[in-house]
Design a protein around this ligand. Structure first.
Ligand code: FAD
Ligand code: SF4
Ligand code: SF4
Length: 475
C-alpha cells in the first residue's frame, strides 16, 4: 500500500472517440487484474477515510482496496457487496469526482485520487464472471408481504433486502422492464443493459414477484395496494419534465429528453419503436440542439452523436464551471464532437410545420441567487440563430402529482411535490406506507436511491416486526 508517490493515477483506457461514437457500448475498457492491484495499492489506508465518509453508502473503501492490492479479490467482493446492492453499477455511474474520489486525501496532496469507482466496478464484474455472486436466498418465510411501487435502484434495493429477510415482495412498475432510469434513462455507453438485467434476474430467481406494465393510479389505487400488502414503499422517481417558456416551443421536432432517451434505449434492446422508425425521435442526419446542462442533457447530446446527427450543440445558460452535469461527461462529449454553447438560452423556436432553428440569447452571470450560484441574465442585443431540425428539452424533472394520481389526497407532499416522510421512520403520512429515492429527495443520484432503499428496508423491517408482535398479543 501507500505506493502513490511512485505509482501515478491511471484510469482504465477509454475507447477512441471515433470508434465509441459509432455504438452504444460502454466507453471504458475496464481494468486488467495487475492494473486494479497496482491502482488499489496507491491507497494510503487513512485512519479517517474521507473517501468513505463522502460515499453515501459509507462503503468500506480502504479495506476492499487493500484486499484487491493483495490479490484477495473474492474477499474484496464480499466486503464491497456488504454495503451495496449494486456496486458494479455505482462504480460505473457515480459522479466520483464529487463523492469518494473528490475527497481522497491523495487528490488533495496533488498525486491524483485513487481510482475508487473503477476498482469497485472491476471487483464486482469479476465476481459475476467467476460465479461468486450468490443467488438471492430468502430468509425464514415471514407471513407478511410488501408492495414496492417503482423498480428503479431504490425499489430494487428494497426488493433485494426485504426478500433476503424472508418477506414476500411484489414490485409494481408501469414499464415493461424493471430498472427504472437504469434501464430506460441512462444510455448504454454509460451503463450497458445486461449489467442491469442480471441484477433484476437475480431478484426474480430469488422469488421477488415483478408486475410489469402495472401503473399505480391506473391499474390500482394506493388504497387497493394497501389492502393487499402489510407495508408499501413508494419509489416512483420524478418524471414531470420542467418546461421551457418560449414562442414556438410546441413545434414538431421539439421533444422531451426522456422520450428521446427511452426510444434510444428501447432500440438497444431490439424493440420496435415507431417514433424512432418514423424519424421523430431519431437524430440521424439532423442538426440537433439540446437545452440543459445536467446529466440528462449530457446523455442526450452523446446519444445524438451515436445516432449519426449532422451536428450536436448543447445550450446552457451558465458557464462550464457552474454547470450541474459532471465535468467528466462534458469532456467525453467534447471528445465525441459535441459543441457546448455556454452562457446561452433559447428565446424562440422557428419553423412553420417543424422546427428549423433556435433564436438564442447570450447570457451573463449576475449576482448570486438564493442558491448562492450567480444567476444568469440576458445580455441585451446579443441574440443569434442556430440551425436545428431536432431540439431536445433537458431541463430536469419534478415530481408528478402523486396524491391525485394515486387517488390518495391524504398522502402528504412538500411544496416541491416530493413525498413527505418522517426522516426517522421513513414513513409517509399514511400508516405503513414508506417512501424512498428521487420521489423523496427530488432528482438525485443512483447511489442515494440505493442508500434510501437500504435505510427504508431497515425501518420497515422494524415496523413490521413490531406490528406482527402486536397482532400476536391481540390474538
Ligand atoms: P427511478 O429510477 O426513476 O425509478 C422509478 C420507477 O418507478 C420507474 O421505473 C417508473 O416507471 C416507476 N413508476 C413511476 N410511477 C409509477 C406508477 N404510478 N406506477 C408504477 N410504477 C411507477 N444518477 C447517477 O448517479 N449517475 C448518472 O450518471 C445518472 N445519469 C442520469 C441520466 C438521466 C437521463 C437521468 C434522467 C437521471 C440520471 N441519474 C444519474 C439519476 C438517477 O437515475 C436517479 O437518481 C435514480 O434512478 C433514482 O432512482 P429511483 O429508484 O428513485 O427512481
Ligand atoms: Fe464511490 Fe459511488 Fe462507489 Fe461510493 S458507491 S465508493 S461514491 S463510486
Ligand atoms: Fe485511500 Fe484515498 Fe480513501 Fe485515504 S481517502 S483511504 S487514500 S482512497
Amino acid at each position: 500500500m501507500l505506493s502513490f508517490p511512485q505509482v501515478g493515477q491511471d484510469y482504465p483506457e477509454k475507447r477512441a472517440a471515433g470508434e465509441r461514437a459509432g455504438d452504444f457500448a460502454e466507453i471504458s475498457l475496464g481494468f486488467q487484474t495487475f492494473k486494479a492491484e497496482e491502482q488499489s495499492s496507491r491507497c494510503s489506508q487513512c485512519g479517517v477515510p474521507y473517501c468513505a465518509n463522502h460515499c453515501p453508502l459509507h462503503n468500506h473503501i480502504p479495506d476492499w482496496l487493500r484486499l484487491t492490492a493483495e490479490g484477495r479479490l473474492r474477499e474484496a467482493y464480499e466486503l464491497s457487496n456488504a454495503t451495496s446492492t449494486m456496486p458494479e453499477i455505482c462504480g460505473r455511474i457515480c459522479p466520483q469526482d464529487r463523492l469518494c474520489e473528490g475527497n481522497c486525501v491523495i487528490e488533495f496532496s496533488g498525486h491524483g485520487a485513487v481510482t475508487i469507482g473503477s476498482v469497485e466496478k472491476y471487483i464486482t464484474d469479476t465476481a459475476w464472471e467467476q460465479g461468486w455472486v450468490e443467488p438471492l436466498v430468502p430468509g425464514p418465510t415471514k407471513r407478511q408481504s410488501i408492495g414496492v411501487i417503482g423498480a428503479g435502484p431504490a425499489g430494487l434495493t428494497v426488493a433485494d433486502l426485504m426478500r433476503s429477510r424472508g418477506y414476500e415482495v411484489h414490485v409494481y412498475d408501469r414499464h415493461d422492464r424493471m430498472g427504472g432510469l437504469l434501464t430506460y434513462g441512462i444510455p448504454g455507453f454509460k451503463l450497458e443493459k445486461h449489467v442491469v438485467m442480471r441484477r433484476v434476474d437475480r431478484l426474480r430467481d430469488g422469488g421477488v414477484i415483478f408486475h410489469e406494465g402495472f401503473e399505480v393510479g391506473r391499474d390500482a389505487t394506493l388504497d387497493e395496494l394497501r389492502q393487499r400488502h402489510d407495508a408499501i414503499v413508494i419509489a416512483t422517481g420524478v418524471y414531470k419534465p420542467r418546461a421551457i417558456k418560449a414562442p414556438g416551443i410546441g413545434a414538431d421536432g421539439v421533444v422531451e429528453s426522456l422520450d428521446y432517451l427511452t426510444a434510444s434505449n428501447r432500440q438497444s434492446f431490439g424493440d420496435k419503436v415507431e417514433a424512432f422508425d418514423s424519424g421523430s425521435l431519431d437524430a440521424r442526419g439532423k442538426h440537433v440542439v439540446v437545452v440543459g446542462g445536467g446529466d440528462t442533457a449530457m446523455d442526450c447530446v452523446r446519444t445524438a452523436v451515436r445516432q449519426g446527427a449532422a451536428s450536436v450543440r448543447c445550450l446552457y445558460r451558465r458557464d462550464r464551471a457552474n454547470m450541474p452535469g459532471s465535468q467528466r461527461e462534458v469532456k467525453n462529449a467534447e471528445e465525441e464532437g459535441v459543441e457546448f454553447v455556454w452562457l446561452s438560452a433559447p428565446e424562440a423556436f422557428h419553423g412553420e410545420e417543424r422546427v428549423t432553428g433556435v433564436q438564442v440569447a447570450r447570457m451573463r452571470l449576475g449576482e448570486p441567487d438564493a442558491s448562492g450560484r450567480r444567476a444568469p441574465e440576458p445580455d441585451p442585443g446579443s441574440d443569434f440563430q442556430l440551425q436545428a431540425d431536432l431540439v431536445i428539452k433537458a431541463l430536469g424533472f419534478d415530481p408528478e402529482e402523486l396524491p391525485r394520481l394515486f387517488d390518495a389526497p391524504e398522502l402528504s407532499v412538500t411544496r416541491w411535490g416530493t413525498v413527505r416522510v418522517d426522516h426517522k421512520t421513513m414513513m409517509t403520512s399514511l400508516d405503513g406506507v414508506f417512501a424512498a429515492g428521487d420521489i423523496v429527495r427530488g432528482a438525485s443520484l443512483v447511489v442515494w436511491a440505493v442508500r434510501d432503499g437500504r435505510d427504508v428496508s431497515e425501518r420497515m423491517h422494524a415496523w413490521l416486526k413490531a406490528k406482527s408482535k402486536m397482532e400476536k398479543v391481540a390474538a
